[in-house]
Design a protein. Sequence first.
Length: 194
Amino acid sequence: MNVFSRYGYTRTTMNDIAKAAGLTRPTLYQSYPDKEAVFRAVIDEMATQLFATIQEGLAKHQGLAERLRFACETWGAAGFALVQANPDAKDMFDLCFEPVKNSYIEFAKLIAGILRAPLSKASLNVDAEELSRIVIFSIKGFKETARDVEDMRRLIAAHTSVIAYAIEPDGRQSRKAESTRTKTKRTSSKTRAS
């Protein structure tokens, strides 16, 4: 991955890849017929690791807003940070490359899975697949305009908060109401005890 992130797809050669892997070019060609095959393997592995991180982390997050933000931030901020450190790494997120396009399709499915149940209860006239495309391609746009990684995270947080609120407008209020009820019960209990 380091070779592609350092030089980009176009400037990377099979010789660069072999050297970085500690192999001879003939040995590399035994496993991969060309640079495109190596690039596909690198992108597939990177996406697999990222999806595993997201899936594992989703189990630790509750509610639509938290889960959506975690998934999008993990996906978007990681790639953005890589490109900030290595501008030629942009190729690793360019949709003209089939493996990159496939990773976006898989991420859209993951986001649709997060959105599907809450959307089924919402009064919005949009399906999970459509909304997931809006979410992920907005993140792609943020990568073009964010000033730094923290700005990228803020943009993602604002975007996912708005989407979660559109789907569950009472979600935040009900949590606040629950928190208020809990505080009220504690205060009532203390008053009675006195």
